[in-house]
Design a protein around this ligand. Structure first.
Ligand code: GDP
Length: 468
């Protein structure tokens, strides 16, 4: 029998607020069933088995007023999300009904749940580890096929298992080192140093692999920022609009009117792109405001993960385009796509000249007409290929780290593992080796919550919404 640790029963609306066909009010805790039965037409609920549904009315016993016809889903500890007794009341989705139901349950002994408290209980009652609990929030927030897939894998414990395996291997060695320490003066070596060095190299390799996967994980979770830059009138706003399929940016034929940055997100093939439209680039800015705009464009390119350099095919020669791209990305290591716009106006020989000039180079060239909505699929495919190519190259591990907290913990672990490795190479004392190994283990343990503090838990679970 699983021991749950909370004596109070919490309640919250678990579906979004507002009108809907149904709303679900959820209770969790030792009195969940008794509290519900007190206001439910079927008193036999207290005797009912777990995983059963019960149709009836909710009534205020003090006034006799019927509040709603509902279906009660019953889960008995430990076979529930929180491992406690859980009741889910499906009522009609009106704010008024929900308020009445909540008030009734609160009057009969439940307490309003804090943000993330259901998931926190699931973690503290041992239903899932911390990485899995965090995946619940990610899964709820997932808005693309890939972020959904990664969150689901984490929720199902894939990442946690990998970490537990790593820790288990290190723990053995840590124990042997600690044993040596217990013998103090006696200069014994239980832990085989060569074996330890080999194990360390292996574990550190896995940790670094996971860390590298964060690059892709971050892209999957937070999207990739792509700056669209180019001369005024190249068609940046038109392209952005075409990509977003809605008229957000101000399109105008007067050069240099897009002075502020316009950002928007669009999901392409499961990846989220955040496009930033910039002020037009120009060698001799006509006025001061625009000069500032150009400065800021360079600044934005520096922060971006990718650059789309857009140009009007009939305006610039291939060599000019290449020179401008180079100037914009000088000293930066970021993928660039050259995008030639207005194919509808360009001569066939111009197009051929560009294809020839870019054919052998590193920078992919996409030709399209933003205004005529032609060639956008080619651009979308090139964008996705660019991200997948650079991020996946670095991702050997099947598990993808998406959480900043996990990435930080992995960095700490990697640093301490490196210190143990150096320590072994330079014959450092057992005490120092053992200390670094302990730190590395602690960092790995923080990810799954084998080691956790109240502060950490609070900061994680308060990011959830109420009812989760
Ligand atoms: P920006 O200054 O780079 O943001 O350029 P805009 O998006 O404001 O476009 C400048 C002008 O070029 C507008 O009049 C657009 O309608 C026009 N334009 C954009 N794309 C195309 C295209 O593919 N073909 C043609 N013919 N005109 C285009």
């Amino acid at each position: 029998m699983v021991q749950t640790i909370f004596s109070d029963t919490i309640v919250a609306l678990s579906t979004p607020p507002g009108a809907g066909a149904l709303a679900v009010v959820r209770l969790s805790g030792p009195a969940a069933v008794v509290i519900t039965a007190a206001v439910f037409s079927k008193k036999s609920l207290t005797q009912a088995a777990g995983h059963t549904l019960h149709y009836g009315t909710l009534r205020d016993p003090d006034t006799g007023e019927i509040i709603d016809e509902v279906v009660v889903a019953l889960y008995r500890a430990p076979r529930s999300f929180t491992r406690e007794d859980v009741v889910e009341i499906s009522c009609h989705g009106s704010d008024y009904v929900v308020r009445q139901v909540l008030a009734l349950l609160l009057r009969h002994g439940a307490r309003l749940a804090e943000a993330g408290e259901f998931t926190k209980r699931a973690f503290l009652n041992g239903a899932m580890d911390l990485a899995q609990a965090e995946a619940v929030a990610d899964l709820i927030a997932a808005d693309s096929a890939l972020s959904h897939k990664v969150a689901l894998n984490q929720l199902r414990g894939g990442f946690s298992q990998e970490l537990r395996d790593l820790r288990a291997r290190l723990v053995q060695f840590a124990a042997l080192l600690e044993l040596e320490l217990d013998f103090g003066e006696e200069d014994v070596e239980f832990a085989d140093r060569t074996g330890l060095a080999r194990l360390l190299a292996e574990v550190r390799g896995v940790v670094l692999g996971l860390l590298r996967s964060f690059e892709l994980g971050n892209v999957i979770k937070n999207g990739i920022t792509a700056v669209i830059a180019g001369r005024p009138n190249a068609g940046k706003s038109t392209l952005l609009n075409a990509l977003l399929r809605e008229e957000r940016a101000i399109v105008s034929a007067i050069p240099g009117t897009t002075r502020d940055f316009i950002e928007d997100e669009v999901s392409i093939d499961g990846l989220r792109f955040r496009f930033v439209d910039t002020a037009g680039l120009r060698d001799n800015p006509a006025d001061e405001v625009e000069a500032i705009g150009v400065q800021r464009t360079r600044q934005r390119v520096k922060q971006a993960a990718m650059l789309l350099y857009l140009f009007d095919l009939s305006e610039l020669a291939p060599a000019e385009v290449q020179a401008e791209m180079q100037e914009l990305t000088a000293g930066l290591d970021l993928p660039v796509l050259a995008v030639g716009n207005k194919t509808d106006l360009a001569l066939a020989e111009t197009i051929r000249a560009f294809e020839q000039a870019f054919g052998a180079g590193q920078t992919p060239l996409v030709l399209l007409s933003a205004g005529q909505n032609q060639g956008l699929e080619t651009l979308q495919a090139a964008l996705v290929a660019q991200v997948r190519g650079s991020a996946l190259e670095n991702t050997a591990s099947a598990t993808i780290v998406t959480n900043v907290r996990h990435a930080r913990a992995l960095e700490t672990a990697a640093a301490h593992l490196a210190a143990v490795q150096t320590g072994l190479d330079t014959g450092r004392g057992t005490e120092l080796l053992a200390a670094d190994l302990r730190h590395a283990l602690a960092a790995l343990g923080e990810i799954t919550g084998e080691i956790s503090s109240e502060d950490l838990l609070t900061s994680i679970f308060t990011q959830f919404c109420i009812g989760k």
